[in-house]
Design a protein around this ligand. Structure first.
Ligand code: SAM
Ligand code: SF4
Length: 329
């Protein structure tokens, strides 16, 4: 296992297989490369199956034990099953983050290829609000979630971005997640850094306080020191990276862009290390470089980080979704 200069072991890699997407979410950061400008046409620059395989082989040499595919929308790639199949031969723990719209027809094949789990982005259970946020239809996404559960791609983690248009429906989402065995919820703080929509931000302190008041227990996960709130029938994880040095101090992840550049931090683009066309020795050196140049906290590298929001989150005073005995760990 390789540890960076700040003592953080690097155990995870997140690989973007495309910049293309069939949605156009209002907040999209496209894995830190700026908003997806709806590039539907195939990109010559996308990593090939063989290129992914080679990157994963070197990642494994460096002790990376978990691979997540993302995008753009990874299911736009018709060869994703093949990518997964070749990846699991080297690193068995392979998962996927998807908008879910194309998942229903492929969940079983992906499972057969060796995929272990999926994260499906679900910002709202209301079709109109969902379309307003994601510019796409809700029904196929819900079908995708059901199919992922049926074929055992579990836990199915639902990613909900917490921002102005979603914050009031968090309690409803917790109820939904608790109603189906195998679902978990990840509340992802809206990241304004790379999309410049500071107006979307909400004050997360109020969300945290609400979760603490309503959960039965709070745990802390090693990765990013994320808080996990346990409700009666479900788990809710809070992913809160914005201006959060503690999050960065516990980050064990590096990334690969769809063009094959290694990236040490989601929020930086000045640390891209190209890998295309490198021989084995140079590819290993590229991995060493991206790991050794990781920064302890991205904040100093973002020159125009929008000011913290003064607004108060309008979290609905909804009924308690679970018991609240106040126990903490
Ligand atoms: N297309 C896939 C999807 O939507 O799940 C995978 C790529 S998407 C970039 C990965 C995750 O990042 C999604 O859950 C999405 O909601 C989230 N995301 C995108 N832009 C964001 C932002 N500005 N702040 C917080 N999360 C964001
Ligand atoms: Fe971005 Fe994913 Fe939305 Fe596509 S579905 S626009 S990649 S967040």
């Amino acid at each position: 296992m390789v540890t960076d200069a700040w003592g953080r072991p690097v155990t995870d890699i997140r690989i973007s297989v495309t910049k293309r997407c069939n949605f156009a979410c209002v907040y999209c950061h496209d894995e830190g490369l700026g908003p997806v400008a709806r590039p539907h046409a195939p990109h010559d620059e996308e990593l090939s199956v063989t290129e992914v395989e080679r990157l994963v082989a070197v990642a494994r040499e460096y002790g990376i034990r978990s691979v997540k595919f993302t995008g753009g929308e990874p299911l736009i790639r018709e060869d994703l099953e093949e990518i997964v199949e070749r990846t699991v031969r080297q690193v068995p723990d392979v998962s996927l983050t998807t908008n879910g719209s194309l998942l229903a027809g492929r969940a079983e094949r992906l499972r057969d290829a060796g995929l272990k789990r999926v994260n499906v982005s679900l910002d709202s259970l209301d079709p109109t609000a969902f379309r307003e946020i994601r510019r796409g239809a809700l029904a196929p996404v819900l079908r995708g979630i059901r199919e992922a559960l049926r074929v055992g791609l579990t836990p199915v983690k639902l990613n909900m971005v917490v921002f102005r248009l979603t914050v009031a429906s968090i309690p409803k989402m917790i109820d939904y997640v608790g109603s189906e065995e195998g679902l978990k919820l990840q509340l992802i703080q809206f990241m304004p850094e790379l999309v410049q929509h500071a107006r979307f931000s909400v004050d997360l302190r109020e969300v945290r306080a609400w979760l603490e008041a309503h959960a039965s227990r709070v745990l802390v996960r090693e990765m990013h020191h994320r808080r996990i709130y346990l409700f009666d029938r479900t788990e809710v994880e809070l992913v809160d990276p914005v201006r959060n040095p503690e999050f960065c101090a516990n980050c064990h992840r590096i990334r690969v862009t769809h063009r094959g550049e290694l990236k040490g931090c989601l929020n930086r683009n000045d640390d891209l290390v190209p890998t295309r066309g490198l021989d084995d020795a140079a590819l290993r050196a590229a991995f060493r470089r991206v790991i050794t140049t990781r920064v302890p906290f991205y904040g100093g590298y973002v020159t125009d980080l929008p000011a913290a929001p003064g607004e108060t989150a309008l979290l609905a005073r909804a009924p308690t979704p679970g018991p609240a005995d106040g126990a903490r760990t």
